[in-house]
Design a protein around this ligand. Structure first.
Ligand code: ADP
Length: 471
């Protein structure tokens, strides 16, 4: 059946996002090679976490966690019940601008310590003992999730390399951030010991390992939200800088920083929309994987592709009208949640898509045919993002060699709006796993995937607890 010129243009744009089975196989091979190369040297990817044991769900006790990495500071306590369940209490505070910029280490870490004190007073009242009356073992362990670039040299030691995300407190660079926080806690007699510097994806891995309902070995924690990243279990002997180190498990969790894998674009697909997104980004040439996969960028890819669709069809009668205040006309103006809504619109009338176009995107006088063309574009962008996510997961599955171990099933902890809400994301991602000969359908069926909500908080607390036990 002949298709309309509008549908033909939409299909041509969608074809630019094709990522076939052979592309996937080639990319997985390259990702595995890049992961091995990253492990062999000290660099910005494949970063050892110094966490050498996973929880098994029987852990018990209360741990604190502090999560700082943007405008908000979160303090939480996690009570592990020893039966794969936990209770979490948390406080969120905005970090004042005058603390984030131009203050001193003492001011910033003093502010964090005060928030810990307030949290403890609000939630535990007079039950919190003071350090003066405590032996060392009575402290509360705290895991510190510090989402900036630091050089970690032990589970409880890391020096800040540089600030980003709007922070600029000069006296912190080159200093051990755990010690800076501990000093401020001690000054205030707060009975807390910072036992671990945690990473949020390692936290996702730890959280899923604690909560995994089947008790299967968790091999990977992966985040598909604003950004994307994964942490997995690697043999210590494969980690170049630490290969002679010993741990009872012989393993260590590694933060892949896969957002930056293949920045040289050896295997990542690239079309004109990808190029445009990269050029206008704050870090051209970097985090190329993330720019094709994560929530922060998919809305922008969609915006550029729909603008192109409109440009290509402008001579056709009555396609749609773009209002002057349309989000399509603003760079980074489109929330990836809109793609989920359009992808999930299965009604032949595409009324939800047309409403979304009108109300959220400022595109009026649409027809069902135009809505269908937009949906074709959305589907192509979402499907490619999911299949690329599958490449990263397949590479970790191969790199960890889990399928050659005896266990019948493995678990992957996932977190983030895309994997949680984007219709069909997991299905497309699993498609790649099946297409890799070393995994195939049998291997794919052995891999469970489940949400690890509250990963940053619960995970940091779990890391602090494991670290505390190891001391
Ligand atoms: P974060 O990664 O910041 O912790 P999320 O996992 O919620 O938080 O990810 C937020 C990102 O996900 C944003 O880029 C947002 O545009 C996108 N997003 C939010 N809701 C949805 C949704 N329903 N479907 C797809 N993407 C979404």
């Amino acid at each position: 059946m002949a298709i309309s010129p509008l549908a033909a243009e939409a299909q041509a744009i969608a074809a630019e996002f094709d990522f076939g089975a052979e592309d996937g196989r080639r990319a997985v091979r390259k990702f595995v090679a890049q992961m091995s190369a990253g492990l062999a040297k000290d660099g910005d990817t494949m970063i050892p976490s110094y966490v050498t044991a996973l929880p098994d769900g029987t852990e018990k006790g209360i741990c604190l966690a502090v999560d700082i990495g943007g405008t908000n500071l979160r303090v939480c306590s996690v009570e592990l019940h020893g039966d794969r369940t936990f209770t979490i209490k948390q406080n969120k505070t905005t970090i004042p601008h005058n603390i984030r910029v131009g203050s001193t280490a003492e001011n910033l870490f003093g502010f964090i310590a005060e928030q810990v004190e307030i949290f403890l007073r609000d939630n535990y009242g007079s039950h919190v003992p003071s350090t003066a009356t405590l032996s060392k073992s009575d402290h509360l362990p705290l895991g510190f999730t510090f989402s900036f670039t630091f050089n970690q040299t032990a589970i409880n030691r890391g020096t800040l390399i540089r600030w980003d995300k709007g922070f600029d407190v000069p006296g912190v660079i080159g200093k051990d951030v755990i010690q800076l926080l501990q000093d401020e806690l001690d000054k205030r007699n707060i009975p807390v010991r910072v036992t671990a510097l945690a990473n949020d994806t390692v936290g996702t891995l730890m959280t899923r390992s604690y909560t995994s309902p089947g008790g299967h070995k968790c091999i990977l924690g992966a985040v598909f939200g604003t950004g994307t990243n994964g942490a997995y279990v690697e043999k210590l002997s494969n980690i170049g800088s630490l290969s002679s180190r010993k741990s009872p498990t012989g393993e260590m969790m590694v933060n892949t920083e896969w957002c930056s894998i293949d920045d040289e674009l050896a295997v990542l697909p690239t079309n004109s929309y990808d190029d445009a997104v990269d050029k206008t980004s704050s870090n051209p040439g970097y985090t190329m994987f993330e720019k094709r996969v994560s929530g922060y960028y998919l809305g922008e890819l969609f915006r550029l592709a729909v603008l192109d669709l409109l440009a290509r069809t402008k001579h056709q009668a009555h396609v749609a009208t773009v209002r002057s205040d349309s989000a399509l006309l603003q760079q980074s103006g489109i929330d990836t949640a809109i793609l989920s809504t359009i992808e999930g619109d299965l009604d032949p009338s595409l009324q939800a898509t047309r409403n979304c176009l009108k109300e959220q995107l400022g595109v009026e006088h649409t027809t069902t045919e135009f809505a269908s063309a937009v949906r074709t574009v959305v589907h192509a962008i979402g499907r490619r993002a999911a299949r690329l996510s599958g490449v990263a997961i397949a590479a970790v599955v191969l790199k960890s060699e889990c399928l050659s171990q005896g266990d019948s099933h493995f678990d992957i902890g996932v977190e983030g709006s895309l994997i949680e809400h984007y219709p069909g994301f997991e299905r497309h991602l699993r498609g790649i796993l099946r297409e890799i000969p070393e995994i195939g359908q049998t291997g794919e069926e052995r891999i469970h995937m489940g949400l690890a909500n509250d990963g940053a908080g619960v995970g940091a607390a779990l890391i602090a607890m494991v670290a505390d036990e190891e001391e």
